[in-house]
Design a protein around this ligand. Structure first.
Ligand code: SAH
Length: 343
C-alpha cells in the first residue's frame, strides 16, 4: 500500500517535498488542501503543477475512509463505523454540544487493556492506528456532515497512551495553525492509567486535558474492573497525576462509571473523597452502559444523584455525564463488536 500522506506533520512534509525536488512552501499548500479543504483526490490540489500532482499520486495515498455504517441517535449523536482500508473497522462518534461539535476518536484497532465493563475488550487487538488515521476520523466526519468540529476526545476504541507516538503526532497535526488549527485545550486524552506515559505526557508541554478512567478508589475493586491496576496501582497513578497537575497546571478529569452494587455506595464515595481531597480535579460520573455478556449494570438514578451530591458536599466537584447515543450503542467499542460478531 502507498504511504498515507496524512501521517506526516508539516515539518515532515516539507522534508518530503525537498526530497521530491520541490520547494518546501509546496508542503504548506498541500497541508492546506488536506486539512482545511479536506480534498479526496490529489487532482483537486489545483495550485500544484500537474507534474507534482502526478508525483504525489505515485508515492502517496489520501487514505479516505469508507463509511460502513452510520447510525443516528434520537439526541443527534452520530456513530460511524469506518473501513480503514485494510479489512479492519473502527468507530468514531460525533456529538453536538452548545459550544460546538465534539468527535470521539479511536486510537487503536481493538484494545489490550481488558477492562471488564468495556465492549472493546471483547474484540481482539489488531494494531495501532497511525496519526493520519486518527485525524482522518475527524476529516471523514467533517466531509460527511459538512461541518467544522471544534473538540476531539480520545475516548473511542483503544488506549491512546499505548499508541503514544502516533497520538502525539496526531495532536501536533490537529494543532497546526496552517491546517485544522484545533487548540490543545480542545483535545482530551483519556487513559486507563499507563503511569510511565502520564509522566511522559506531562513533559510534552501540550496543554491537552487529561482524563483518568478511575472507576474505583479501592485497589481491590479497581483491579477487578481494570487489570491495568495490577501493574500500576492507585497510589502510583495518583503520584503521576500530581506530577501532571504540577507540570501543566491543568485540572485532571477523573472518569467514574457507576455500576450497581459494585462501586456506587457511600463507602465508595468516601474512599474517592479521601483519594482526591485537595487535588486540582473534577469527577465525571458516567452511568455505566451495560454491554453484552457484561457483569456490570447501571446504578439507579437515585444512587447516581446521591453519589454526586455527596462528593459535591465534601468539596469534590462532580458532574454526571449526559448519556448521549445510548440508543445506538455509542458506548466504547459496542458497534464495532456487533459488526465483528456478525462475521
Ligand atoms: N482506553 C481509554 C480510552 C477509551 S474508553 C480509557 O480507558 O480511558 C473511554 C471511556 O469510556 C473510559 O473512561 C472508559 O472507562 C469508559 N467506558 C468504557 N466502557 C464503558 C461502559 N460500558 N460504560 C461506561 N463507560 C465506559
Amino acid at each position: 500500500m502507498k504511504k498515507n500522506i496524512k501521517d506526516y506533520n508539516l515539518n515532515e512534509l516539507k522534508q518530503i517535498l525537498i526530497e521530491l525536488g520541490e520547494k518546501p512552501y509546496r508542503a504548506e499548500q498541500i497541508f492546506k488542501w488536506i486539512f482545511i479543504e479536506n480534498v479526496t483526490s490529489f487532482d483537486d490540489m489545483t495550485n500544484l503543477s500537474l507534474e507534482l500532482r502526478q508525483k504525489l499520486k505515485e508515492n502517496f495515498d489520501l487514505h479516505i475512509f469508507k463509511i460502513i455504517k452510520k447510525q443516528e441517535s434520537k439526541d443527534g449523536t452520530k456513530k460511524y463505523l469506518f473501513d480503514v482500508l485494510d479489512g479492519n473497522a473502527i468507530e468514531s462518534v460525533l456529538m453536538e454540544y452548545k459550544h460546538g461539535f465534539t468527535i470521539c476518536v479511536s486510537s487503536q484497532i481493538g484494545c489490550k487493556m481488558g477492562c471488564k465493563f468495556c465492549a472493546s475488550t471483547g474484540v481482539k487487538f489488531s494494531r495501532n492506528l497511525t496519526s493520519g488515521e486518527i485525524v482522518e476520523q475527524l476529516l471523514a466526519v467533517q466531509r460527511d456532515e459538512n461541518i467544522k468540529i471544534s473538540n476531539l476526545v480520545f475516548m473511542g476504541i483503544g488506549e491512546p497512551l499505548d499508541n503514544y507516538d502516533n497520538v502525539i503526532n496526531a495532536i501536533h497535526i490537529l494543532n497546526n495553525q496552517k491546517g485544522i488549527n484545533m487548540g490543545a485545550r480542545h483535545i482530551s486524552i483519556s487513559t486507563s492509567g499507563l503511569v510511565p506515559k502520564i509522566y511522559k505526557l506531562a513533559d510534552e508541554d501540550l496543554q491537552c486535558t487529561l482524563s483518568i478512567s478511575l472507576h474505583s478508589a479501592n485497589n481491590e475493586k479497581r483491579s477487578q474492573m481494570m487489570p491495568v491496576n495490577k501493574i500500576y496501582n492507585i497510589e502510583q497513578l495518583m503520584e503521576a497525576c500530581r506530577y501532571y497537575i504540577a507540570k501543566t497546571n491543568k485540572r485532571i478529569s477523573f472518569e467514574y462509571a457507576l455500576a450497581k452494587d459494585n462501586n456506587d455506595n457511600l463507602d465508595d464515595a468516601k474512599e474517592l473523597i479521601k483519594l482526591l481531597k485537595g487535588m486540582l480535579c473534577h469527577v465525571n460520573l458516567i452511568p455505566i452502559n451495560k454491554i453484552e455478556n457484561g457483569n456490570y449494570t447501571k446504578s439507579t438514578n437515585e444512587n447516581i444523584l446521591k453519589f454526586r451530591d455527596y462528593l459535591n458536599e465534601k468539596g469534590i466537584v462532580a458532574t454526571i455525564r449526559r448519556e448521549l447515543g445510548s440508543d445506538i450503542d455509542a458506548a466504547c467499542g459496542q458497534l464495532r463488536k456487533k459488526e465483528v460478531d456478525k462475521c
